[in-house]
Design a protein around this ligand. Structure first.
Ligand code: PLP
Length: 479
């Protein structure tokens, strides 16, 4: 035997080490083990569906707070001057925002709607960070009057702000959004001013030289689902460099560096195999990478460090519960029997179609925008000790592209079986499209384990509300 033989590592793909793990799944055998989700915060998933209907978004308050504490502690333990703003666009349900506000998070908003939403939740202007490439004049006027921190995106916006503050006695604090090369591709160059070309330095100079403006923050958001903590170290170092340039050349010390969002949740992009834990570094690695750069500065020169984290905080706290409404393909239960199954199989082959069982579920891609990039996990709500096979999950929309998963290994399912789709807490509720059906209710399981409705199911009046029917088109006009 070769002395250099290194025994292969047994895959932990299904969460099990040990001699039987490899037998659970290899190229020729899909095994019998599938991950399930029997309960959320102690409540059986099937009970939630019985009580609130299907489909149903469910959020865990305990998980939201746990993630907030984890993030805060990871940074503050090595850099106490760290502050956080909740990225509203990731999920702006009032109850979700309130959880983070109760944890001491500011609001990070990117539009007039989000700004007004934060104000309605009682967040004062000084606790609002205002981002976004287009901030209409009226909302800028309000934000200036209320003392929000506007992070300027472009020269035209700067010109408008200069005009709006020209008559003020006191300067207002502003930030600038900077885009830079942190090694992540593609670079999000749509937003802000370029660092490397010197543009960000020029805009900083113009702001510092305007007595009605005070440059408070340098901001960059390098992207989302960033798997490499080193990219943040590069971004932090570059912003520190710009801040130093402003301090030396313009004699102005910028108070705050804002590194945006982008920390990944435990999810996988399409094409990745294995478990997210194999790819997603713990948050402490990001904290280390960033705070090491800032802690190199003399204590007196250390800036406030701010984040506008979204995905990392909320994604794993959110589930979409859905039910099987029909079984299609070679395993439809009402047409079982060798002959029919064989005939279906052959017919599909003749048509050049892959022959597989498909399940029609009651939640579609209109509720799962992130499914275009991420593999959403499909977890049966009951354990089944039956062999897995690759199946397709169709959503209920009358559209061919409504496929929730093209290929996922599941045990045989029947109409009425409940599945949990996870993680779906980031971006899906805010981007859910109302299309041919009503958007589902959202439930938050509070820290006492009580499910509370935080958004009821839509009704016809919600959708028709903004519509106006001219008199000539009213039903009575046609008679
Ligand atoms: C300016 C800004 N800040 C923060 C975020 C939140 O990002 P993430 O959800 O990746 O943490 C985004 C999202 O794209 C953003 O555009």
């Amino acid at each position: 035997m070769n002395q250099n033989y290194i025994p292969p590592e047994i895959s932990n793909e299904l969460g099990r080490f040990g001699p039987t793990a490899a037998a659970d799944r290899n190229l020729y055998s899909r095994g019998m083990t599938t991950k399930t989700l029997i309960e959320i915060d102690g409540i059986p998933v099937t009970d939630l569906v019985k009580r609130f209907g299907s489909p149903l978004f469910v959020f865990s308050e305990a998980r939201l707070r746990e993630k907030a504490h984890h993030l805060r502690d990871a940074f503050r333990s090595s850099y106490p001057k760290t502050t956080f703003a909740w990225s509203y666009k990731t999920n702006y349900l009032s109850a979700i925002c309130q959880v983070f506000h109760q944890e001491g998070w500011m609001a990070e908003v990117v539009s007039d709607f989000e700004y007004q939403k934060a104000r309605k939740l009682g967040i004062p202007g000084e606790k609002i960070v205002f981002n976004g490439p287009h901030k209409p004049r009226a909302i800028l006027e309000q934000a200036i009057a209320e003392g929000a921190l506007i992070q300027i995106d472009n020269w035209d916006e700067l010109c408008l702000i200069e005009e709006l503050v020209s008559e003020r006695d006191q300067p207002i604090e502003v930030g600038i959004r900077v885009w830079l090369d942190a090694g992540i591709r593609p670079i999000w160059s749509k937003f802000g001013f370029c660092l490397e070309s010197g543009e960000a330095g020029r805009v900083a100079s113009r702001i510092v030289n305007n007595p009605k403006l005070s440059l408070h923050t340098l901001h960059t958001h390098i992207g989302t689902y960033i798997l490499d903590p080193a990219a943040y170290a590069v971004a932090a170092r570059k912003l520190v460099g710009l801040r130093e340039q402003i301090r030396v050349e313009l004699k102005h010390l910028v108070t705050c560096l804002n590194l945006g969002g982008g920390f990944p949740s435990l999810s996988l992009l399409h094409g990745m195999v294995g478990d997210p834990e194999q790819y997603v570094p713990p948050i402490e690695r990001y904290a280390d990478a960033i705070t090491t750069v800032l802690n190199e500065l003399p204590t007196k020169l250390r800036p406030e460090l701010r984040f506008e984290t979204g995905r990392y905080l909320v994604d794993e706290a959110g589930y979409l519960l859905t039910s099987v409404v029909a079984v299609k393909g070679v395993r439809h239960p009402v047409m079982t029997g060798g002959e029919w199954a064989l005939r279906d199989y052959k017919e599909q082959l003749i048509l050049g179609e892959e022959s597989k069982t498909s399940y029609l579920i009651d939640a579609g891609v209109n509720l799962l925008y992130t499914g275009a990039w991420y593999q959403i996990k499909v977890l049966p709500a009951e354990a089944r000790n039956l062999p897995l096979s690759p199946v397709r999950l169709y959503g209920p929309l009358c559209m061919a592209i409504d496929v929730v998963r093209y290929n996922v290994d599941l045990p045989p399912l029947n109409v009425g079986d409940v599945l949990a789709l996870h993680p779906v807490g980031a971006y899906n509720v805010t981007q859910a499209m109302q299309f041919i059906t009503y958007r589902p209710p959202v439930v938050l399981i509070d820290t006492a384990g009580k499910p509370q409705i935080i958004r009821r199911r839509e009704v016809l009046a919600d959708i028709e509300g903004p519509e106006c029917l001219p008199d000539s088109l009213r039903p009575e006009a046609s008679s």
